[in-house]
Design a protein around this ligand. Sequence first.
Ligand SMILES: Nc1ncnc2c1ncn2[C@@H]1O[C@H](COP(=O)(O)OP(=O)(O)OP(=O)(O)O)[C@@H](O)[C@H]1O
Ligand SMILES: [Mg+2]
Length: 616
Amino acid sequence: MTPSKNKQPRPWIRPLPERLVNKIAAGEVVERPASVVKELVENALDAGADRIEIIIEKSGAKQIKIVDNGCGIVEDQIEIAFSRHATSKISEFEDLDRITSYGFRGEALPSIASVSQLRMVSRPADAEVATEIVYEGGVLHSKQPVAAPPGTTLEVSNLFFNTPARRKFLKAESTEARHVSRVAMALALGRYWIGLTYSLNGRKVFSLSPGQTLGERVSALLAPGKKFIDVSGEMGPIRVEGFVGLPDMAQKNRNSQFIFINGRSIQSSQLAHAFALGYGELLPRGNFPIGALLLTIDPTEVDVNVHPAKTEVRLSRDREIHDTLYRLIKEGLRQDGLMPTLRMPDRTPGHSDTGSERSPRDWPSHKIPGIAQRAGGNTEFLDEIYKGVSPAAEAAPGVVRVDTATGEIMETEPSTAEPPSGSATSLDSLRLIGRFDDLYLLFQAGHELLVVDQHTAHERVLYEEMLKKMDNQGGTAQQLLLPVQVEFSPEQMIVFEEAREGLIHSGFGAEPFGGCTVRIEAVPSILSRKSPEKALRTVVDDIASLRKAGFDLTKAIAQSVACRSAVMAGDRLSDREAVGLVEQLRKCKNMYSCPHGRPTFIKLTRTDLDKQFGRG
Ligand SMILES: Nc1ncnc2c1ncn2[C@@H]1O[C@H](COP(=O)(O)OP(=O)(O)OP(=O)(O)O)[C@@H](O)[C@H]1O
Ligand SMILES: [Mg+2]
């Protein structure tokens, strides 16, 4: 018999009324007045407006008014715009993977309308009259033709009037005003060529004319009259337009830091980290650089569908993008003569010697022990470096030729494989002139001195090779004569199970052998000088740390194997090895940094040195 306490009315499942759904959605999309400003101005921008006015009263709690000269909405579409999931911006499933508009969810207008009193007046240029529509807490109040110029005006009054809990949560007016102002500034910077005026509580905060350059706008908004440095450039997966402040303009908070991906202002601690890192030692501790960085990335590599507010994005090549941004900023500052090259900081991600604010929590390299120092020789890596590289075979047009007798790399023709010009460094026409402390290899390239870190450079080379091999599911394996067993902790066993397939692709032959025991039959040949047991244990531990730091599994495996097999500080390379290493490095997709983001080389120019010695 069923106990009587279960005799409750049978739950009845039914869809929620649309108004309630909109109000629930508003909880996510409309956090505060600033969110309304963001959504409405983004709509105006998506509508092609090039002049937009933002008028805010009582920090947005009383009224938010946005006037645009965009395409307007035709009369019979206006109500559709206020129904949930109605959008003109995407229509197909595939569109979600290549979003180029700000909006795509089709929920901002219905959400805002459901928690405010909203009036819209809209007129496409070819319509004779405008249409006015009024909503009260999501309920249609009136709709009528009115006279108005082309474009759209939105007035959102008494936000959260029908959600008292939310209204109570609004912070002091000054706090809300700060949020609104930041949003207005971000919109003005992200679309720096648009005319934008912003008035707050009866005071005109800024009035920016259309057609400005990014430099002009950054200066107008962040520090009028001050010099900003152009760090624009194109490298690998990204194009950056950016203007950044001098180190002495840095602030104690990130309020004047603006980072955009494809025009969208985003919050990203990783990119903010790259921004600061570019300044190296020039930035006093606890300070944050100011400026605006507009990154353009192939939209198929950016997932903006992470959160309804769209201020977070997922990047499929986040490490590479971080590294590239860092390099561009550093190079931009250096070219401006700001970066005294001999003091070149290189407090790069893997250097754990500072404990400064910028030593990032999100960098896994700290957690990888033994990355830098190991004494003792190691020549096996040579086999890897020289695999398939015969100097004679290099004499093809556009490819450098290595003279192994002199250690010189001679260019035959301009290489097509070079990174874009400008801030990029060529590794062509290099001549090995020495080595320092069995860690840094010194090369002369014209009037430049290149200092190559043999460990990070080798790590980069091995990492890219390993990724390629894993992609073809064929890391070269060294079979063991006698299989060995390794006993894992339960945590390690979980990591091993998750990584097993990838480990096999990297060259490990390993399978569970009951409980937490794993039987190893083969190891990647580049790791074969380690004991198989130790090799697998170390790699599994590295993978665990890298996974925690958010790395993709394949990359984590490749990073660990590369790091563990790379030549170390203290390993003495012959001339041929040194030249071979750089030759391999220049073929890498990203020759500038190791997979952890530390530089593979730095450059000192003749002028840099002359300056240091007071030669003009
Ligand atoms: N200022 C405007 N000018 C012209 N059309 C507009 C304007 N604002 C909104 N619209 C139209 O109304 C539709 C709905 O707007 P809404 O903001 O709700 O959704 P969305 O922008 O498509 O997506 P999201 O919810 O991601 O912002 C838009 O797709 C657009 O066609
Ligand atoms: Mg929208």
